[in-house]
Design a binder for this molecule. Structure first.
Ligand code: ADP
Length: 199
């Protein structure tokens, strides 16, 4: 029988989910992973903030939800991710940052990738304790003026993470893909730990 030539074995892609609570350093470490491995960064938070800045209909709806620290509806973020995956097939791979945030999103991501014969290869979970998260996010709020980096919204984002997002860890653990990385230390120390896990 002839082997079937698929996109995946023509262009092997490395697809990583970077996971962790708000303030755990997902965005910072994503930048370094992209630089080293040439992956495409798909951050639903960044995509949503771009919609808000562009004053699109989607952005106007997302703004209030994000200011409360709640989750934007699954179908909205899944639609945004689908567009970006379909537009970047054939790249070195993707790093998903801030997505999936619910088990429904994780299942949808597997389905979107399987249409291209692709899968998630690895999930990296950054661990940082609660008080350190709050300290980092309050600092970022002062420095960068993100409107969701105030104490009330931060506390709600952490609660939403605990209630709705932590089950995503079990989802990838059951697939044998979850790896935990200590998120305390310098940016370079944490990145070195991540590189060891990717190797
Ligand atoms: P952080 O992880 O630091 O809270 P993000 O930039 O990833 O920051 O997300 C900011 C906000 O954007 C979230 O609190 C949520 O309202 C919304 N958001 C981002 N990604 C998703 C997602 N995958 N599903 C639902 N809402 C999301």
């Amino acid at each position: 029988m002839q082997p079937v030539l698929t996109l995946q074995n023509t262009f092997p892609m490395l697809n990583i989910v970077i996971f962790g609570p708000p303030g755990s350093g997902k965005g910072t470490q994503s930048d370094k992973i992209i630089e080293k491995y040439g992956l495409i960064h798909l951050s639903t938070g960044d995509l949503l903030r771009a919609e808000i800045a562009g004053e699109t209909e989607l952005g106007l709806k997302a703004k209030n939800i994000m200011e409360k620290g709640a989750l934007v509806p699954d179908e909205v973020v899944i639609g945004m991710i689908k567009n970006r995956i379909d537009a970047n097939i054939g790249s070195n791979g993707f790093i998903f940052d801030g997505f999936p945030r619910t088990v429904e999103q994780a299942e949808a991501l597997d389905n979107l990738l399987s249409e291209w014969n692709l899968k998630i290869n690895l999930m990296i979970s950054l661990t940082v304790e609660r008080q350190e998260l709050i300290t980092r996010l309050l600092k970022r709020g002062k420095e960068q003026g993100r409107t969701d980096d105030n104490l009330e919204t931060i506390e709600n984002r952490i609660k939403v993470y605990e209630d709705q997002t932590t089950p995503v860890m079990a989802f990838y653990t059951s697939q044998g893909k979850a790896q935990t990385v200590d998120g305390i230390g310098t940016i370079d120390e944490i990145f070195d730990r991540i590189v060891e896990v990717i190797k």
